[in-house]
Design a protein around this ligand. Sequence first.
Ligand code: AMP
Ligand code: MG
Length: 270
Amino acid sequence: MTRLLDELKVEPGSSPQLGSRDPGARLGAADKTEGLERLAQLVERLAVLHNRLFAEASRSVLLVLQGMDTAGKDGTIRSVFTGVNPQGCRVKSFKAPTETELAHDYLWRIHSECPARGEIVIFDRSHYEDVVAVRVRKLAGKKVWQRRYEHIRGFERMLTDEGTSVVKVFLHVSKDEQRARLQERLENPEKRWKFRTGDLEDRALWDEFRPAYEDTLRETSTDWAPWYVVPADHNWSRNLLVAEILVGALEQLDPKLPEPQAGVESMQIA
Ligand code: AMP
Ligand code: MG
């Protein structure tokens, strides 16, 4: 497993080479049945580790999810976090910045949503929109978005130094699979609400998003906060791999339950 995770990782200083990574790869288990069994185990393990992290209340975890529309950020969150106690876990979705947010620096809204000690916070989009979407949609000039790589490396370094593990996952979906998923959104009445015509504008910019992500992942995969590229055309494999990455990070933290009060282990309640 460690070897697989190493393959998904973008080595600091190197290019992610998205073109040579197959979004359709089914990794992590021999087949879907085995994959779902393994995921169920990881979901249970995540609940235990999260409980310890929460009880320890000294460190925290930030999971950053990025990807093109339909890459499956929502689905990943739903499936990986099903067993996690909502107390001590939070999802934050970042949309286009509001007027108030735009009146501040781009990390202002991000920093205020970072996890408190004991918490896991999931970012559904993040400060990475400020180097990717902003670049592709030309919301700021090159001079502005380019210097942000350095800010972001420093910001994540600070978070790490102060006790937050930063786990970053790029959900890598193919253009073909995106077409199928957008079509499915249109046709399925339960999913139609998710469809935005703006999604088509981003889809038309696919060839611009690609180099923007390529540069961003290379510039911001660091020893303290590396990127993982997860193939996202198959939901079961995508969910399984994100769970592996997250549980791996928590195992490494090895959170400890606080010591019980002295003498309580032999007490009998009358
Ligand atoms: P969704 O996640 O599909 O609900 O869409 C949210 C939209 O907000 C996406 O189109 C993002 O690109 C956009 N967005 C999020 N953060 C920013 C940002 N900092 N600057 C520009 N657009 C953003
Ligand atoms: Mg969307």
